[in-house]
Design a protein around this ligand. Structure first.
Ligand code: NAD
Length: 298
């Protein structure tokens, strides 16, 4: 299948590579020259623009930072966006984490052009993107999901149909609100143990196999040196940026306000990541939030 892949960052880069390795004809594009050069050196075909990438494509996949980027790409900023350039029937899969309202806005505009569009945000981190083991949470019609499934299967292991357009995004922010909270809780517990002289590796293993066990302890330990492959052991480079987590927690709070849900820990977590970001850590992986609760010498 001919696929245009827009957004070749920490997640989009390896996802596009997995499609290409599976035999699809992928044309990638990113506004960042550095990202394009890196992917090109790894063998991915790079287009000169998003418009070039979608020429002849049967499917378009986007993996962009936030709602404003996705709306600007597809709907345009005062000018016509990418949707207007797609022939009817081209499948659009947006895997970015954005507001459900933005997903619905783009899908409604697409429907007018007879372009099927689904939201398919992911979970599983950059490790999952590289390994092709992501979880997709899909919002859209069952038929459109079935068309997308062969592509999603090349990038992920679990594919869930959450409901109509926008439902994938709602599922995603519920998950990420929980992730943001549990990363802070895990950090707090580890920092407490280390302040008491415990070895973080030993404490991590004890908690991982006890009732405090969770995804951070399994795959994404926030303490440097505990897990070689985790961003914490790479000076918090790559991974899932603090500012992206802050965006997701903001989306969760907006949503909670709209439906009058009580999310006290989600609200606190948003403020803690905001404080961490304001201190200059926005580009670091979100697990660096442990620095808020760590003693300086630890
Ligand atoms: P990233 O910042 O590494 O990559 C985003 C890329 O989009 C950047 O390279 C940027 O240059 C590019 N971009 C922005 N606007 C563009 C445009 N108009 N055209 C082309 N390229 C454009 O971010 P990421 O970590 O890859 O995350 C992407 C999305 O996936 C976000 O919505 C994030 O919340 C979500 N997500 C990330 C992770 C993770 O672990 N990093 C996990 C799950 C979901």
């Amino acid at each position: 299948m001919k696929i245009a892949f827009i957004g070749l960052g920490n997640m989009g880069g390896p996802m596009a590579q997995n499609l290409s390795k599976a035999g699809h004809e992928v044309a990638g594009f990113d506004l960042s020259e550095e990202a394009c050069k890196r992917l090109e050196s790894e063998g991915l075909r790079i287009a000169g623009s998003a418009e070039d990438a979608v020429r002849g494509a049967e499917a378009v996949i986007s993996m962009l930072p936030g709602s404003q980027h996705v709306e600007a790409l597809y709907l345009g900023n005062g000018q016509s966006g990418l949707l207007a350039r797609l022939p009817a029937g081209t499948l659009v899969i947006d895997s970015s984490t954005i507001s459900a309202a933005s997903s619905r806005k783009v899908a409604q505009a697409a429907a007018k052009l007879k372009v099927p569009c689904i939201d398919a945000p992911v979970s599983g981190g950059t490790g999952g993107a590289v390994a092709g083991t992501l979880t997709f949470m899909v919002g859209g019609s069952a038929d459109d999901l079935e068309r997308a499934r062969p592509l999603l299967e090349k990038m992920g292991q679990n594919i869930f149909h959450a409901g109509d357009v926008g439902a994938g995004q709602t599922a995603k922010i519920c998950n990420n609100m929980l992730l943001g909270i549990l990363m802070i809780g895990t950090s707090e517990a580890l920092a407490l143990g280390v302040a008491n002289g415990l070895d973080p590796k030993v404490l991590s293993e004890i908690m991982r196999r006890s009732s405090g066990g969770n995804w951070a302890l399994e795959k994404y330990n926030p303490m440097p040196g505990v897990m070689e492959a985790a961003p914490a052991s790479k000076s918090y480079a790559g991974g899932f940026g603090t500012d992206l987590m802050l965006k997701d927690l903001g989306l969760a709070q907006e949503n909670a306000a709209a439906v009058r849900a009580a999310t006290p820990l989600g609200g606190l977590a948003r403020n803690l990541y905001a404080t961490h970001s304001l201190a200059g850590n926005g580009a670091l992986d979100f697990s660096s939030v442990i620095r808020l609760v760590q003693k300086p010498h630890c």
